[in-house]
Design a protein around this ligand. Sequence first.
Ligand code: HEM
Ligand code: HEM
Length: 184
Amino acid sequence: MATVHSSYSKTAITLHWLIAVLVLGNIVGAVYAEGLPDAERGAVMGIHKSIGITVLALTVWRLVMRLKAGFLALPAHMKGWEIFLARLTHIGFYVLLLLLPLSGWAFAASPERPLVWFDLIPIPDSPLGKAGRGFFHALHGPAAFLALVLVVLHVLGALKHHFLDRDDVLARMLPFLRKNRADA
Ligand code: HEM
Ligand code: HEM
């Protein structure tokens, strides 16, 4: 049985914010790159791919920690629909944090354009043929859009906890807020 904790470890908090910044940066970078000339676009997308692979590795780390270390108890005041929405958003994030990099790798890592992580570590080519690549290419953009929808829900949820419910949920991801919480 997984243990229920009352606060996140420093590692869990660091991984949360690092993954959040890298994912949002990758979405902004890819959209920005669309307007660039080919050579510059190629350079930006090279960084995009390496950041994406980094997100994959950090997510696997976070997931292993999460499964081994257990989960956090939710505040007792939360209603059934709030717990459902929070769990759905978190599970949705984990699915997308794996799907986004894996779909990118599946369509973009090819023998014609080998993928080398930050010009340091060669990543194996995707074994997929044209149809499989087409499938994951079509999935990649919508998956990023869905991630953005979840971020909006997630941030609204975090702000509701902090300003309306006045519990410690946001403070356990941002410990510097903790001193303002009577219940933290
Ligand atoms: C955190 C992970 C990732 C996020 C959030 C992300 C997000 C995005 C977004 C928003 C776009 C623009 C929409 C589109 O063109 O479909 C895009 C395009 C692209 N991504 Fe990613 N991506 C991630 C990981 C990866 C990885 C790991 C690779 C390859 C190894 C990759 C390769 C590409 C390529 C080649 C494009 C351009 C597609 C085109 O020109 O049609 N992405 N990505
Ligand atoms: C791309 C951006 C983000 C992603 C992918 C993300 C993902 C996640 C995930 C997966 C969890 C669950 C952690 C666990 O396994 O227990 C979580 C928790 C949390 N996140 Fe985010 N997050 C993002 C951005 C943000 C932002 C911008 C905020 C603040 C406004 C935020 C605040 C929180 C808080 C307060 C929790 C703790 C919830 C709880 O204790 O039940 N996150 N986040």
